[in-house]
Design a binder for this molecule. Sequence first.
Ligand code: FCB
Length: 481
Amino acid sequence: MSDSQSDAASGAFPPGFLWGAATASYQIEGAAREDGRTPSIWDTFSHTPGKVLGGDTGDVAVDHYHRWREDVGLMKQLGLGAYRFSVSWPRVQPTGRGPAVQRGLDFYRRLVDELLASGIQPALTLYHWDLPQELEDAGGWPERDTALRFADYAAIVADALGDRVENWITLNEPWCSSFLGYGSGVHAPGRTDHLATLRAAHHLNLAHGLGAQRLRAAMPARNRIAISLNTAVVRPLTQSPEDQDAARRIDALANGIFDGPLLDGAYPEDLIADTARLTDWSFVRDGDLAAINHPLDALGLNYYTPSLVSRADDNAAAPRADGHGTTEHSPWPCADDIAFHQTPGERTAMGWTVDPTGLYDLLMRYTRKAPDLPLYITENGAAYDDKPDPDGQVRDPERLAYLRAHLGTVRRAIQDGADVRGYYLWSLLDNFEWSYGYSKRFGAVYVDYATQARTIKASGHWYAELAKTGRLPKEPADSMT
Ligand code: FCB
């Protein structure tokens, strides 16, 4: 048996595989009005009645802004090798323009230093959806200027932290920012305008490209620059030509619109043709595609569940559940004749089907498309209705099974040639789940929102064991389930 065969047989991941967990600023920090921070689009949106379940906001969230040291302690207990967090743009550059606020940058510097002192690699996301409200008031992502503002902001953060953070992610899930923020309106800023959606997608791509250039110029060469995409695994309901064409169209709108310019330096021709009745794409200017095509050091993939689509005879699919909320507005431009279906199988508390084969397909897709690009799973995880038992323990066997199944798939993809370097569990802590407020718990750590007390869940203990040994434990230990 070769070494790699025996590793595979024993359930081992490659040496150096990074075990991480992820969070995002607005979902955990709280301290919404402290130290010079101004409102982001998510502050405005969550304070607008009817936008977030239960009227929840991120004003306090899980108070990470004050409890960051305790939270790094939890990461140590989980044996994490890496922690992915995001910087709140309005905390470090309140109006989205001009000079930085030192107090905001200092918060992240302290966090990073504590991580490094604890042997945990920081992975910094520049934009996880909290656009300064002033930039939205000036037009937001549909306007080109927002991309230029992002590039300046990227340079500010790189100057402050480039000497100590090696892993950089420009944007988190630009599909959600554009299609949910400007298309279906279930995310901030809550607009429902399909032309604005496509313009936003392009300007997010441009922000990535211009931001990556500025990061490269400001940072040591060893630092890695990536983007995190929630590329969709789109499957046709039947093999009929109509359903296959529906899958192709959604694939172009979900994936090609981002990975086309990023990896191939062009928007896919079918995407341009499919959306021709809405736009001629003249907002793409000379030089934009070359900027977006800036070389990446790694690709971040976020995966939760696959999509199943068909050609609908009429527009009977409304209201639509698009994964992050329900609305009568479709996030998808020029696709009113396409229906989305629930994939069969067990579901999480989000209603998302548990299907690890989607993660395998995704990893192999990008292994074929970009064979030289290291892959990181920058988010994967599941929400369940966790509750502490009378003894105070939080037993979450469903999440543990979800993680086990998905990580088994990751290992299989690695054996089949995927260059996967690390995995970030979503999420470190239970937190503010966007339009669902605090009603959905994704954490490896349970948070009692009344007291802010933290308790590592059984799945978290299991993950710690995995992080320590680098191999999938054979069966969940009885004591943990
Ligand atoms: C992803 C987001 C993350 C979290 C998970 C459940 O789309 O990036 O913030 O909401 O979904």
